[in-house]
Design a binder for this molecule. Sequence first.
Ligand SMILES: NC(=O)c1ccc[n+]([C@@H]2O[C@H](COP(=O)([O-])OP(=O)(O)OC[C@H]3O[C@@H](n4cnc5c(N)ncnc54)[C@H](O)[C@@H]3O)[C@@H](O)[C@H]2O)c1
Length: 308
Amino acid sequence: MNRKVTVVGGGNVGATLAQRLADKELADVVLIDIVEGMPQGKGLDIMEAAPVEGSDARVIGTNDYKDTAGSDVVVITAGIARKPGMSRDDLLNTNYKIVKECTEQALKHSPNAILMVVSNPLDAMCQVAYKVSGLPKHRVFGMAGVLDSARMRTFIAMELGVSVENTHAFVLGGHGDTMVPLPRYSTVSGIPITELMSPERVDAIVKRTASGGAEIVALLKTGSAYYAPSAGAVQMTEAIVKDHKRILPCAAWLEGEYGMKGLFLGVPCKLGRKGLEQVIEVDLTQDERAALAKSAEAVREPMRAVKL
Ligand SMILES: NC(=O)c1ccc[n+]([C@@H]2O[C@H](COP(=O)([O-])OP(=O)(O)OC[C@H]3O[C@@H](n4cnc5c(N)ncnc54)[C@H](O)[C@@H]3O)[C@@H](O)[C@H]2O)c1
């Protein structure tokens, strides 16, 4: 194929992402990890599914960044994941070093790539990649909002017994407990969910969305979610490589939008060939603005320790 995507980190999220990208024939995929043999094994295994899946995408696994050369998109999923009792911020120091190294190595071989960060704590890791890479802001952003919105869409569909395809959800803010799901912008076929269910049920969905990651961590016990996160990263990658101009919630570097400056925060964005092509601003109520400000503070807090 004439498109190449590198997935850094061949663990649960990375390998599932590589599989989804290959199955959808979106690009040739390079899966890279520090563990010897593992990405090669997973890459070959995914390739061997290609005849059954009907995909001509090539997948290779490697420990050498030379194999990633000339990638159009680099998705960073490397790093440790949460275990029960941990917050995403507990991963900060370990993942800071990992994301820094992966960003430097990947860009050395793919200087024109768009960087999508998945590693947690998400908004802080986006800032690491942004500062370390020195790339313009439209080429560095993070995946979290698509996942958080997908969770909310799932809960809306479950509540109302409707197709997930009819649901849209709007989640702003940092990827953590302070995220800001916005019910009045969350709809079923254009109808705000506030018209379709009681305030108590809306509130329950908002709360379950905000703790959606922790719910999975508590059930799995050994790691965190990866099926829905990898699906989110695929949707964003597809929007880029196919120049879809899709409006998706992304962690974007803000310079005044939503009254915020100098941090990554989840906001609706237009994604296309150039990367994050536009931040879409919508009017917020006073309460929504206050909730977003609280979420921004929660994102800034861990970054103070890293001093980037
Ligand atoms: N943004 C989101 O919405 C979201 C959702 C789920 C998971 N995550 C995050 O994604 C990350 C990965 O999660 P996972 O479940 O795949 O974890 P995992 O432990 O299954 O995989 C992580 C992989 O990273 C590799 N790795 C470590 N250091 C590396 C380096 N320097 N270079 C290359 N690879 C390296 C490990 O060997 C491992 O294979 C975690 O930080 C997790 O918190 C984010």
